[in-house]
Every structure is written in structure tokens, then in C-alpha cells.
Design a protein around this ligand. Structure first.
Ligand code: NAX
Length: 369
């Protein structure tokens, strides 16, 4: 079988550096799928890109990697691409307004859309990671009009996984301390496979809506509601103490919702670099749930930035937003209609959707200039 042609833009950047080994070891597209990797970056990053290519060669990745091309030639990189992982973007500089950043990246996404339209495979599957990820998907979809909109997705899996990581940390601490109090000998630690029903709604920004209202844990051989393991409704953002019910985003500073929203900033403050290892892992999970023959069709509902056109949740159409989806065999996905929003989630999602619509209007205005 011909190898899968995969282009990664921003190939000299820090997320690519963590992602390439996952792809090369067969952990993304499946162990039996050979990958022909195209790493693209801009000319000022050509030396760094050449260094990455040297390291790929030195790593003796023979399992899944058929070939690697490191290039600053966009056409060469995009020709025949069947999967595009778009990491390349303009970084936020000190003093730069958020809206300037949207404008600069809209220009880059316009170009990426044109390249996909003209040179990539007509059924190319795309994941946009560069920020603002959802709005970038919208711009891309305009300049790649032949590409099915369902093929264009953005990464919200990192936010999703951050929330699950925090839930697991809290649940395991409680289960361990409960078993110590009972005198039980040992307790099975929960893992990601023991959590279902989590969702991130909205934008990949501080307005995102982490939602645990439908979460269940698999404990002692059965699925149980989240509150039977973590009864702290205020921390979970499920408190009904406010008129209208719920307190998402209004809770104490250290509530789960606030912690998920601020996790990227916390990593940046601690590392002096933005999230890269966890972002690469989230991209790998996003793509393998969607496209790998082993996983697609077998994974639980996950959060993905997708088109809102025709969504069953009542989210305004014409934008891209993080929503719950189920990936199906053969590289497709459907909205997960099993999710229903609480009134509180809906209220907060509306604010995030307003932000997405503002970003879209700004990006379009900047492209007219
Ligand atoms: P880096 O700054 O390390 O790498 C970005 C790379 O893109 C650089 O090598 C740069 O030269 C290249 N680049 C810029 N313009 C390009 C173009 N037109 N064509 C090709 N390459 C181009 O950033 P990194 O940490 O790798 O992050 C990549 C992007 O992911 C950033 O936009 C970042 O904001 C975004 N993130 C999005 C996340 C999400 O959940 N959606 C989380 C992680 C990450 O912060």
C-alpha cells in the first residue's frame, strides 16, 4: 500500500519536535500504516528544520516512517497531502493585541487553505493547532472550498485531556484515602479509560466551557456518576446554589473549570515555554481516534473543534467550535447527540460563541485590508 502522506507545518517548532516520534513509532496512524512525512517551515527556520531532519535520521525510526522531507517549499510540502497537521503560526509578541494576532494568523491560514485547495489530496484530513485554532479553521474552509468541511478540525483535545487528568488526580486521591480509612488493602487506580462523558464546549480560550455534568467513572466493575466519587459540586462547577442553577466559571479561583482554563498559562509560567509534550500527545489522540484503523469507531465521545453547520446542540451555524463527537470507522465523525447541555453550560457556551463570532469578523476584516 502507498504510504500515507502527512504534512506538518511549523515542523521546526516545539510541538512538532514531540509529535514526530509519536508518528514515527506508529502510535498515531496505526502500526501497519507507513507514513511519508513532509515537514514545512518558513525560510528563517530552515536551519532548525534541517537539524530536526538530522535527528529523525539518527533516531532509526523504521517502524512507520517511509520517508521524511524537510522543506521550506510550500508546494512541495502540500502536494498529495492526505493529512495536514497545521502547527505553523505567528506567535504572540509582547505588546501585541489579541486582534493583531488573529489578523496575522488569518493571513497564514488563507495561504494554507489555498495550498490545500490546489495541491493536497481532495479528501485531505486537517487538524489545525495554531491559534486561534477554531477561527483558523473557518478561514481555511473559505480558501479550501472543495475540501469537505467535516475534514477540517481543530485541537480541543488538549483542554479535554487536561480536564480528565485533573479529574483522575482528584478521584484517585479520594479513592486511595477512602480505602485507607476503610482498612482496604489496595484500590485500583483509575485511568483515562475509566472516565466517560467529559466535554469541552466553545472556543480554545479562556471562554471555553469545561463540562463534567455527564461524567461517569468505572469503579468496581460499573459506571457510576462523578459525584459518587467526587462529591464536591462547587469544585466540579455543578453547584445549584445560584439562581438559574450552576456556577461554571463563577466558583472559587481553584475550581476545576478555572484550573482547566488556566492550565496553559500555568505550564507557560512554570516552563517558560508553552505546552508541547501534552499538546503533541493530544494531537496524536485526536488523529488516532479519528483516522487510525485500530481506534476509529471504538473510542468514546471526545471533544473536537468542528463545523457548527447542522449541529444538534443549538450552537449558531457558520463557525467552528469545540463540540462532543464520536469518530466512526473510516475517518468520519458525527456529533454525539447523547450529550445534552445544562442551562448553565448553555449560558456560558453562548458567551464563548459570541467570542468566536467576533474572532471570525475580525479575521475577515483583516483579510480585506
Ligand atoms: P513554535 O513557535 O515552537 O513553532 C511554530 C513554528 O511555526 C515555528 O517553527 C515557525 O517558524 C513556524 N511557522 C510560522 N509561520 C509558518 C508558516 N506560514 N508556515 C510554516 N511554518 C510556519 O510553536 P509551538 O509551541 O510548536 O505551537 C504551535 C502552535 O500551536 C502555536 O500557534 C500555539 O499557539 C498553538 N497551540 C495550540 C494549542 C491548542 O490546544 N489548540 C495548544 C498548544 C499550542 O499552544
Amino acid at each position: 500500500m502507498a504510504p500515507l502522506r502527512v504534512v506538518i507545518t511549523g515542523g521546526a517548532g516545539q510541538i512538532a519536535y514531540s509529535l514526530i516520534p509519536l508518528i514515527a513509532r506508529g502510535l498515531v496512524f496505526g502500526p501497519d500504516v507507513k507514513v511519508d512525512l513532509r515537514l514545512l517551515d518558513i525560510p528563517p527556520a530552515a536551519n532548525a528544520l534541517a537539524g530536526v531532519a538530522m535527528e529523525v535520521q539518527d533516531s532509526l525510526f523504521s517502524t512507520a516512517l517511509e520517508g521524511v522531507l524537510a522543506t521550506t517549499n510550500e508546494v512541495e510540502a502540500f502536494t498529495g497531502a492526505q493529512v495536514a497537521i497545521l502547527l505553523g503560526g505567528f506567535p504572540r509578541r509582547p505588546g501585541m493585541e489579541r486582534w493583531d494576532l488573529i489578523g496575522k494568523n488569518a493571513g497564514i491560514m488563507k495561504r494554507m487553505g489555498e495550498l490545500l485547495e490546489t495541491y493536497a489530496s481532495p479528501n485531505c484530513k486537517v487538524v489545525v493547532v495554531a491559534n486561534p485554532a477554531q477561527t483558523n479553521c473557518y478561514i481555511l474552509s473559505i480558501y479550501a472550498p472543495s475540501l469537505p468541511r467535516k475534514n477540517i478540525t481543530s485541537l480541543s483535545r488538549l483542554d479535554h485531556d487536561r480536564m480528565i487528568g485533573m479529574l483522575l488526580h482528584e478521584a484517585n486521591s479520594r479513592l486511595i484515602s477512602d480505602s485507607a480509612a476503610d482498612g482496604s488493602e489496595c484500590v485500583r487506580r483509575l485511568t483515562a479509560a475509566d472516565v466517560r462523558g467529559a466535554c469541552i464546549w466553545g472556543n480554545h480560550s479562556n471562554s471555553q466551557v469545561p463540562d463534567v455534568s455527564a461524567v461517569e467513572f468505572f469503579v468496581d466493575g460499573r459506571w457510576v456518576p462523578i459525584e459518587s466519587v467526587i462529591p464536591d459540586r462547587t469544585w466540579l462547577g455543578l453547584s445549584n446554589s445560584l439562581p438559574g442553577g450552576g456556577n461554571i466559571g463563577v466558583g472559587p479561583e481553584e475550581s476545576l473549570v478555572e484550573a482547566v482554563r488556566k492550565r496553559g498559562a500555568a505550564v507557560l509560567a512554570a516552563r517558560k515555554l508553552s505546552s508541547a509534550m501534552s499538546a503533541a500527545n493530544a494531537i496524536a489522540e485526536h488523529l488516532s481516534d479519528w483516522l487510525s484503523p485500530e481506534k476509529s469507531g471504538h473510542s468514546p465521545a471526545v471533544s473536537m473543534g468542528v463545523t457548527t453547520d447542522g449541529n444538534p446542540f443549538g450552537v449558531s451555524e457558520g463557525i467552528f467550535s469545540s463540540l462532543p463527537v464520536r469518530c466512526t470507522i473510516g475517518g468520519d465523525w458525527n456529533y454525539d447527540e447523547g450529550f445534552s447541555m445544562t442551562d448553565d453550560v448553555r449560558r456560558h457556551l453562548e458567551a464563548s460563541v459570541v467570542e468566536l463570532e467576533e474572532e471570525k469578523a475580525t479575521a475577515l476584516k483583516m483579510l480585506e485590508k
